[in-house]
Design a protein around this ligand. Structure first.
Ligand SMILES: *Cc1c(COP(=O)(O)O)cnc(C)c1O
Length: 364
């Protein structure tokens, strides 16, 4: 079976882990700060704060923007549930707006529609879904006009670019995940990026019990620290990331070429000024029954995935919180049609050829 995700773990990861174990410095240590700096530099941001996972990073990224109970935060309903849950962690209220059906990302026209009628929208939490940047030109223009805080959920988009600038450097803060299936990983892990020195200081307190100095705790904080072991893995992984992204892009191009004339497949759209890093290669299937196609793929050795099969406001958690009447037409259409095929860096050329052959061989 060709899996939908498969982390690559090299010799260097093992060597650095061994070094950390031998040093006895297992929690915060030199690799944590080295990793924070390297990842921030890689992402065109000034400051990086390593944390336990992407979800905690989102929570801290929102708190660093001053999100507090009762605040309204605009976000997309077409994402992993951690995105909107991080708004709930702050006691704030998610406002779901629809996506652009071409990119699957939040639609800036829909954001403005809400900003015009809702008072006191404090922030917009965008998601660069599948590894494709949101329309940052339009969103930054809205930020200037309406003065909201901007948070980038970049958990799927390490190294993605909009107009030669990397995601994670546009917003007031950004969150990344290094979960095992992401484009690079530390097992579990995350990082928060910002260009603001004050926010960076505040974020460092938030992930470390609100500690201000050795024995002084000035705010309510958490224990969201990354371990030195995980950071060592991250350092080795980051060195490989660009070559892995190249591989994903090459695989995606092969698929695009092979599937562009298939009438039941719509290939991913990539705007000219974006570098899509293909965390997922996601097609739309509309004229066939998706579940049958998924079973056919599995029967022929190809594991695929549906991200996501439910809009967030329809999850029981959100239903109970009064989101029963929300309708985002394009997101609701997308959940019924999206399908992700393996595109990761561990695929051999044979694997890619086999996936192409299997997809092309589908008889409706
Ligand atoms: C993976 C992911 C998260 C959560 O990251 P974890 O490290 O699993 O906590 C949040 N948002 C999106 C869009 C993700 O893909």
């Amino acid at each position: 079976m060709i899996n939908i995700a498969c982390p690559v773990i090299g010799e260097k990861e093992g060597r650095l882990i061994k070094e950390v174990l031998d040093s006895g410095i297992l929690a915060s240590g030199k690799y944590v700060s080295q990793f924070e700096q390297s990842f921030a530099r890689y992402s065109d941001a000034k400051f990086g704060i390593a944390s336990v996972n992407g979800t905690a990073s989102l929570h801290v990224a929102l708190l660093m923007c001053g999100i507090k109970p009762g605040d309204k935060v605009i976000t997309t309903p077409f994402s992993f549930i951690a995105t909107s849950n991080s708004i709930l962690f702050c006691g704030a209220k998610p406002i779901f707006v629809d996506i652009d059906p071409k990119t699957f990302n939040i639609n800036s026209i829909e954001i403005e529609r809400v900003l015009k009628k809702e008072k006191n929208v404090r922030a917009v939490l965008i998601v660069h879904l599948y590894g494709l940047s949101c329309d940052m030109e339009a969103i930054i223009a809205l930020k200037k006009k309406y003065k909201f805080m901007l948070i980038e959920d970049s958990c799927q988009a390490h190294g993605a670019e909009f107009g030669n600038k990397r995601v994670g450097s546009f917003g007031d803060t950004a969150a990344f995940s290094f979960y095992a299936t992401k484009n690079m990983m530390t097992g579990e892990g995350g990082v928060i990026l910002t260009n603001n020195e004050e926010a960076d200081k505040y974020g460092r307190q938030l992930i470390n019990h609100g500690r201000y100095s050795h024995s002084l705790h000035t705010i309510l904080g958490y224990n969201y620290r990354l371990t030195n072991i995980a950071a060592a893995i991250g350092i080795a992984q980051l060195e490989q990331l660009e070559s892995w992204i190249e591989k994903r892009i090459i695989n995606a191009k092969k698929y695009n070429e092979a599937f562009k004339n298939l009438d039941f497949v719509k290939i991913p759209y990539v705007p000219k000024n974006c570098r899509h890093v293909f965390h997922q290669y996601t097609i739309r299937v509309s004229s066939i029954e998706r579940s049958k196609f998924i079973k056919y793929l599995a029967d022929n050795g190809v594991n695929s995935g549906v991200y996501y099969d439910t809009v967030l406001y329809k999850q029981p958690l959100y239903r109970r919180r009064g989101y029963g009447s929300v309708i985002c037409v394009e997101a609701e259409k997308a959940v019924g049609e999206v399908l992700s095929l393996p595109v990761h860096q561990s695929l051999s050329e044979n694997d890619v050829d086999k996936i192409i052959e299997v997809v092309n061989g589908y008889k409706k």
